[in-house]
Design a protein around this ligand. Structure first.
Ligand SMILES: N[C@@H](CCC(=O)N[C@@H](CS)C(=O)NCC(=O)O)C(=O)O
Length: 217
């Protein structure tokens, strides 16, 4: 059954939380309308308040029902379309995918603060703190473990919610030239080759808005 879904998102160049459900919906082929409201200042955009209970994006609107928080949106889609699951079919793998997705949403704050997602940035190394290095090492070990255990090409075999949750990190590791294993680098290449990824990236690169706070020298 088709549902009337609208996903409210921010700038494609910078809005890492928006990318997560958007990518899941595109790759897993959920039809939806996109409503992009750009940040036009450092602290978001007051216009978000018109459609978002938290004043943040993303927000999914399903026939007037609002779902916010990227991971809650992904969970909602999983329940809405049982014939097109967002999570792996097997219980242990599903629990594993949810564990690392929760780890993503609640952690890695040093990496997120120091290395904002930026689709427009050409790869250029930066000096990173010990804390950022620790985040990068942990993410690399999560990915390497998944790729070895489930055999790729994505973290749990086929693309799933966990790949969507880690998608902005693919950009961060790439554009700030952060160290990853060959297996993780190959995974990043596969993510960036997705038609949906290329669509988002190209749109982000062509956006006119610049958020100075997210432009790391
Ligand atoms: N935990 C939230 C984070 C949402 C979030 O911080 N979104 C940013 C854009 S990427 C935002 O709307 N910022 C505006 C603000 O903080 O005012 C989620 O997973 O959706």
């Amino acid at each position: 059954m088709a549902h009337d879904l609208t996903l409210h998102i921010g700038n494609k160049n910078y809005s890492s939380w928006s990318l997560r459900p958007w990518l899941a919906m595109r790759v897993l082929d959920f039809a939806f309308n996109e409503e992009l409201v750009p940040f036009d200042m450092a602290a978001g955009n007051p216009k978000f308040a018109a459609f978002s209970p938290t004043g943040k994006v993303p927000v999914l609107d399903h026939d007037g029902r609002k779902i916010w928080e990227s991971l809650a949106i992904i969970e909602y889609l999983h329940e809405l379309y049982p014939d097109r699951p967002v999570w792996p079919g097997e219980l242990a793998a599903r629990a594993h995918a949810r564990s690392i997705s929760c780890e993503m949403i609640s952690g890695f704050s040093d990496l997120r603060a120091a290395c904002p997602m930026n689709m427009r940035r050409s790869p250029k190394p930066i000096d990173i703190s010990e804390h950022v290095h620790r985040d990068v090492t942990r993410i690399g070990s999560i990915w390497d473990d998944c790729l070895e255990r489930y055999g790729g090409p994505f973290l749990f075999g086929g693309f799933c919610g966990a790949d969507a949750m880690f998608a902005p990190v693919v950009n961060r590791l790439e554009v700030y030239c952060l160290p990853v294993s060959d297996a993780s680098r190959a995974y990043m290449g596969r993510m960036k080759s997705l038609a949906a990824w290329r669509e988002w990236e190209e749109a982000g690169r062509n956006e006119p808005w610049v958020v100075e706070e997210d432009e790391v020298p």
